[in-house]
Design a protein around this ligand. Sequence first.
Ligand code: NDP
Length: 241
Amino acid sequence: MKNVLITGASRGIGAACALLFGKAGYRVFVNYNKSEKQAYEVCEKIKSAGGEAYAVQADVTDLTAVRRAVSLCKYHGGGLDVLVNNAGIDFYGTFEETTPEIWDSVIKTNLTGVYNAVYAALPELKETRGKIINVSSVWGVFGGSCEAAYSASKAGVIGLTKALSKELGLSGVTVNCVAPGYIDTEMNARFDEKTVADIIDRTPLSRTGTPEDVAEAVLWLASDKAPFFTGTVLNVDGGFM
Ligand code: NDP
């Protein structure tokens, strides 16, 4: 049985990834920071479908906590085959409203969080010639107005993905990322109907994305069906970009 650690898997895209990997036969380590109840519910769903899952608390900004989470994967699963770096936060506001505290918190969660998880998990992933899949965003590719910190953090994730893919190629570890467009999750709950309608208008497939749309792409990148992919940015955006 392969092991996958998914950061920020208590809800939204991460939870959809956890359920899909569980159905695909992976032992799933469901990382959460604050949403303990939801993380345990995700685990229960996986278990009731016949799978194996563990809820693992860790704030991705805290390297010591992330190291503990990776140790748990080793303890319960014997190693780690796939790391999905999904945990993230958003800040919507003008650049002037982006205080140093907000800037730090977005970069620390979305970019340093990925660094922390890779840093902690790399020895295990080298053992298994494993896969890293990072969750970036369309804003990381072309930048979003009033999302400077978020766009910078997600562009950083793309840079990190590409650089690491080159460095880790010989170790057999692949590093890819997905760049989702607008996906229906709590992160986007603040958008009004008109804004969502505008986004749908600009999307060739004429709808918003679902967490499952992204999860399918992540599972595919982690699977044996994508053996020759590394350093790739896969847009999951209905053609938005
Ligand atoms: P949600 O807000 O629904 O979920 C965010 C998840 O991240 C939660 O499980 C939360 O855990 C976790 N998280 C946040 N901070 C931390 C932390 N410090 N340590 C550990 N976990 C943390 O967001 P989405 O599902 O929408 O987003 C998931 C990823 O996809 C993010 O990286 C986001 O930037 C990206 N994305 C989303 C898009 C969208 O349209 N929704 C589009 C493009 C990219 P907890 O609740 O336990 O704190």
